[in-house]
Design a binder for this molecule. Structure first.
Ligand code: UD1
Length: 422
């Protein structure tokens, strides 16, 4: 297993390009199951989660080939299996998103439930309620969701909470249903909008993606399409915080100001300059970091996937910040590791009170989940001396070459085999 070793204290400078969005690519890859024709997907990041999705699709009988570094062709001419096994769903929750497309295409699906994960319980009740509303017979047996439906039927579906995954699963299921589906209190994330664009390119009739109500008029069949994935707004935000935390000056190319509005607003409030430049955002900090209050919310609110990174930045602020996590119940694991680096953070329920300290100090720390691992890398960039981040496989699930991108901006960061790791 690798670890990442960082010598902190170098202000980053230069330009860096954002990769394609993991969270957009995963459901879009699952959407390939909806048609027998080949689909081409461009700007796909090369990540462990993408490899896991390809393994799952391969298991179902979907043929895949890379047409270039980031261009993928998928063809589900014949579905060979109706099952997403536990081994794959537990490795990556997004495997569960295959439920809707598989059921809609073939009339049945057997998909393992994901179980808990490091950041909280993360149930799938809304996904199941959604496909039931579309007429599927669903049973939960031996840890698997077993769903059957000759043909799904459009319906009104209300989501208790605007779950991204449930929205995506239900939209995909409804594309081939008989009649019209209205999905209310839907997630509005850019990744949902990108999925709807891909599905419409495949012949689906979806309107309202990006709003609270999404309408889907079912069609008889879908066809092949050629789609380019949006850039990864979370990777962009992470690189922006990297520039900010080191007091650097970095052009993050491909960062979309509209999609990052909440993050840009909080960075600016904390004293970081963010200005549009060319096709990206230039991030510069010359003064001190100022404390802010921050609350994670569904899009367009501040994304939970950037909360850990902002906490690393605010650990160095002048004053006391308050961070409230409203999306996941256990998403402060990184705080415990930041404490080991000299941060002053008190947690109570969903709230973390972060009293800024002048400088973090390097330490060996352990990544517990994807975004926690990037927050520890960011903290290491700003800390005195050496930080060693262990269990970086979490980082590789969701960031394409983050260490080499940071190195290209001047960071002293290296990946080395960790022989002592358990
Ligand atoms: C997606 C993202 C993840 C991000 C999250 C929130 C992907 C692959 N992952 O995850 O990076 O952190 O959105 O922006 O796109 N919930 C239920 N019942 C359900 C489904 C969800 O109660 O059936 C709850 C969850 O426990 C959580 C909240 O809804 O508290 C939001 O979760 P959700 O939006 O579903 O997250 P994911 O789609 O799993």
């Amino acid at each position: 297993m690798d670890k990442i070793v960082i010598e902190g204290g170098v202000p980053l400078s230069g330009a860096v390009a954002v990769s394609g969005s993991k969270n957009a690519a995963l459901p879009i890859m699952m959407a390939s199951v909806l048609t027998a024709e080949p689909v081409i997907i461009r700007n796909v990041p090369r990540l462990r989660d993408i490899a896991t999705a390809l393994t799952l699709l391969g298991h179902l009988g979907v043929h895949s080939r890379w047409l270039g570094d980031h261009t993928l062709e998928l063809c589900a001419a014949r579905i060979q299996s109706h099952e997403a096994p536990y081994e794959l769903v537990k490795t990556m929750r997004a495997s569960f998103f295959v439920l809707g497309p598989l059921l809609a295409r073939t009339g049945r699906a057997r998909v393992s439930t994901p179980g808990g994960c490091a950041i909280g319980a993360r149930p799938v009740n809304l996904h199941i309620r959604g496909i039931r509303a579309l007429g599927a017979r669903v049973q939960l047996r031996h840890g698997y969701v077993e769903a059957h439906a000759e043909r799904l039927a459009g319906a009104r579906v209300w989501l208790d909470t605007p779950s991204v995954g449930a929205t995506e699963n239900i939209i995909m299921a409804a594309t081939l249903a008989r009649g019209r589906t209205a999905l209310e209190n839907a997630a509005r994330e850019p990744e949902v909008q990108d999925l709807a664009r891909m599905l419409n390119a495949m012949g689906a009739k979806i309107s309202g993606a990006g709003n609270h109500v999404i309408e889907i008029e079912g069609v008889e069949r879908l066809h092949g399409a050629d789609h380019t994935i949006i850039n990864d707004r979370i990777e962009a935000g992470t690189l922006m915080v990297a520039a900010a935390i080191t007091g650097g000056d970095v052009l993050v190319r491909g960062a979309n100001a509209e999609e990052l509005k909440a993050a840009v607003a909080k960075l600016q409030e904390s004293g970081v300059e963010v200005t549009p430049e060319g096709d990206g955002l230039r991030v510069r900090r010359t003064g001190a970091v100022r404390a802010v209050e921050l609350r994670t919310l569904p899009y367009p609110g501040f994304p939970t996937d950037l909360q850990a990174q902002m906490m690393a930045l605010l650990a160095n602020a002048e004053g006391t910040s308050v961070i409230t996590e409203t999306i996941f119940e256990n998403r402060f694991m990184h705080a415990l590791e930041l404490l080991r680096m000299g941060a002053d953070i008190a947690m109570k329920g969903p709230t973390a009170v972060v009293r800024g300290v002048p400088r973090l100090c390097g330490a060996p720390v352990m990544a517990t989940d994807l975004r926690a691992s990037s927050s520890l890398v960011l903290a290491g960039l700003a800390a005195e001396n050496t930080t060693e981040v262990q269990r970086v496989y979490h980082l590789d699930r969701g960031y394409e070459g983050l260490d080499s991108k940071l190195r290209s901006l001047g960071a002293r960061i290296e990946r080395v085999p960790d022989r002592g790791a358990s």
